[in-house]
Design a protein around this ligand. Structure first.
Ligand code: ZN
Length: 428
């Protein structure tokens, strides 16, 4: 179903335990072909809480608190059975790509598992080996969900953001959502550290999903307290429950710096190079160009849903130096652009007129492409480069560009977060 919704179910089921830290919503490699849509997994840490109490959610009017620290205590020995119950009542097993699994671990697997699962390919067998002895696991159907579940537990944030997710009453699931556009824009203007709320050029609310899932809306940001305020600013139908998640969304954790020749399957990369083939528009509205970095060349595509971002691609010229960010598609091999940084623009000259003859002052005649000029009267010759030219003003600026809000991926770091990356890694 909707993976994040299960947080409510888990918290309600284990109400004798405290929540330690915020529940986590962890996105994994967006390029894995057999993933579910957002390739997300959730992780909830429970036990006996101590230290500061944080407002982490609300279920039908009752507040949920998360504790800063964990105190020694014991876990119920029927945890696996109770988790199975939650899974079996909620999972949509008939859906082909739904292959759920869960893990109840007493110890975190190595964080290297997370890094491999967000940037590359991990097999279920590897995961099972890595978590053996740390607790119990249970998988359904092909059990691939276990990779996400264990990788989410292994995540030790380097950078992080938060998302407050609100849910609809069950009777409303599947019906159109009522959310006022104006209130979303208002919230976007009034809050400092939220992102991806409203797509202004395309006039679309970006906080609500388009699927018939239980989510009403989700607001992303860097400050959990501000997200609570932001939620209250939205004028919408009734909120049945909400939860605050600690997430790896908007962190660029999936990106790896690469040379063209080293790019591997299913990777998302950052590559610097020069434009080696000028942009062309494809049928379907996609824009394609090519870059090279000395080790090789690779095509880059700005897909139609990126809308206005395609204009950046279209304005590139041969020789421009850029740094591209995006996920690699294998066939046809191309980088699906998530961001671009313009590093240097090639000077572009435009011919305004043919040269005048140095002897008699008459306008000269072109001898064809790249062949130079000749005077009509005295037959004096001149080179191709002697034509009168002006420098063309390039319609691009140096620096980073990103697609409009609606076309951004969960893991892509929005430009508004650049330089705001978290370094306080002891957070709950
Ligand atoms: Zn002449």
């Amino acid at each position: 179903m909707c993976t994040t919704y299960l947080v409510s179910e888990i918290i309600s089921e284990f109400d004798g335990l405290d929540l330690i830290g915020y529940p986590r919503l962890v996105r994994l490699n967006p390029n894995i072909p057999w993933k579910t849509r957002g390739n997300g997994a959730i992780c909830v840490r429970m036990g006996r809480g101590g230290g500061r109490r944080l407002h982490a959610g609300e279920i039908s009017g009752t507040s949920v608190f998360a504790f800063e620290r964990e105190l020694p205590g014991s876990l119920p020995d029927d945890a696996v059975e109770r988790m199975s119950n939650i899974m079996e009542t909620n999972a949509h097993f008939h859906e082909e790509k739904t292959n759920p699994a869960f893990a109840v671990l007493q110890k975190k697997p190595s964080p290297s598992l997370y890094w491999r699962a967000v940037r590359g390919l991990v097999t279920r067998q590897e995961v099972e080996k890595q978590v053996s002895g740390l607790g119990e696991v249970k998988k359904y159907k092909n059990g691939r969900g276990l990779i996400g579940a264990c990788s989410a537990i292994s995540w030790v944030p380097r950078d992080r953001t938060y998302e407050i997710i609100t849910y609809r009453e069950r009777s409303k699931w599947g019906s159109p959502r009522r959310i006022s556009d104006e209130s979303v824009k208002g919230m976007d203007r009034k809050t400092k550290h939220t992102f991806n709320n409203y797509d202004y050029p395309n006039e679309r609310v970006a906080i609500a999903p388009n699927s018939p899932c239980p989510v009403l809306f989700g607001i992303r940001g860097d400050e959990p307290e501000e997200l609570l305020e932001a939620m209250k600013m939205i004028d919408s139908e009734d909120i049945d429950r909400w939860h605050l998640f600690l997430t790896n969304q908007g962190t660029d954790d999936h990106l790896i710096r690469k040379r063209v020749s080293d790019i591997g399957m299913y990777e998302s990369v950052v590559v610097a190079g020069r434009v080696t083939r000028e942009p062309v528009d494809l049928v379907g509205g996609h824009v394609v160009f090519e870059i090279g970095d000395g080790s090789g060349r690779i095509e880059c595509t700005v897909y139609e849903p990126s809308k206005q971002f395609r204009d950046i691609g279209r304005r590139l010229c041969l020789g421009d130096e850029v740094r591209v960010f995006g996920s690699v598609r294998d066939s046809p091999r191309t980088i699906n652009l998530e961001k671009i940084e313009i590093l240097r623009l090639e000077e572009r000259l435009c011919k305004t007129s043919n040269p005048t003859c140095p002897k008699c002052g008459k306008s000269m005649k072109s001898l064809g492409k790249e062949s130079g000029y000749r005077c009509r009267k005295c037959h004096t010759k001149a080179e191709e480069g002697s034509a009168k030219v002006v420098k063309v003003k390039r319609q691009l600026e140096l620096g980073l560009c990103e697609p409009p809000v609606c076309a951004r991926r969960h893991l892509s770091k929005p430009l508004s977060r650049m330089g705001l990356e978290a370094n306080d890694l002891t957070l709950p």
